[in-house]
Design a protein around this ligand. Structure first.
Ligand code: PGA
Length: 261
């Protein structure tokens, strides 16, 4: 079965109010109504999820993080003040969760913790969207090893049958819209890394394993979406800034839907 391409909006810590969130979400819902060939996912901040869930069936909800433990007892909620579990999110209707985003890694999150989150989210029935990517590209190509290590460590002890339920977002930090001195990544940059990621995965899990979808993220816009999807052969896109602009996000969805892939 061919999986639909995924267009995921990462709203980060935006917008400020529920009212504004509902306005953006309902404008995006209008563009989604004519989309058939790709799946639209929006990852709002936690407090907005429940309200937004009720206002669109065509947009799948995602979260931007989840805790790495299910619960202390296996029944109730564990003693983890301030945390939100995958099971709670699943119960709210959330189906995707961004894990290991570079902005969380910058706050100190390590591969080991991300690995616990990946396993807990899989066990809760969520699709982890595991973010990997180097901070910069060096001439000796060390960045391939950086991405390899992130993938191997974050997927440690993940069972091979779960791999197809995961999505991996390759987001080179140097291409993210808020990175100071950012540069554009090209579809060729992505394509080369996606081939490499598949090789790392087949070496780790075996050649016959069902592969995860590999998405591109980093300043995705209506201008470059076609290139990453068609030339870069991305299985989807992780969109930050432009996912808060309903017109632009709608256009990206339309490009994906009409790109004939
Ligand atoms: P951007 O963000 O599209 O604004 O570069 C992407 C991300 O950080 O997920």
């Amino acid at each position: 079965m061919v999986k639909k391409k995924l267009i995921i909006g990462n709203w980060k810590m935006n917008p400020l109010t529920l009212k504004e969130a509902e306005k953006i979400f309902s404008a995006i819902s209008k563009s989604v109504s004519s989309i058939g060939k790709c799946s639209a996912v929006i990852c709002p901040p936690f407090p907005f999820i429940e309200k937004l869930k009720k206002s669109s069936r065509k947009i799948t909800l995602g979260a931007q993080d989840a805790f790495g433990e299910m619960s202390a007892t296996g029944k109730g909620v564990g003693p983890y003040t301030g945390e939100v579990s995958g099971a709670m999110l699943h119960d709210l209707g959330v189906r995707y969760v961004i894990l290991g985003h570079s902005e969380r890694r910058a706050l100190g999150e390590k591969d080991e913790e991300i690995n616990r989150k990946v396993k807990a989210c899989l066990a809760s029935g969520l699709t982890p969207v595991l973010c990997v990517g180097e901070r910069e590209r060096d001439e000796s190509h060390e960045y391939f090893n950086i991405v390899k290590k992130q993938i191997e460590d974050c997927l440690e002890r993940v069972v091979k049958n779960s791999l197809g339920k995961i999505a991996i977002a390759y987001e080179p930090v140097w291409s993210i819209s808020t990175t100071v001195g950012r540069r554009d990544a090209t579809p060729a940059d992505f394509k080369e890394m996606a081939i490499y990621i598949r090789k790392v995965l087949s070496d780790k899990f075996g050649a016959k394993t069902e592969m995860p979808r590999i998405l591109y993220g980093g300043s995705v816009s209506p201008k470059n979406a076609y290139g990453f999807l068609v030339e870069g052969e991305a299985d989807g896109l992780l969109v930050g800034r432009d996912s808060l602009d309903p017109e632009k996000f709608g256009e990206i969805l339309k490009i994906c839907d009409q790109s004939g892939i």
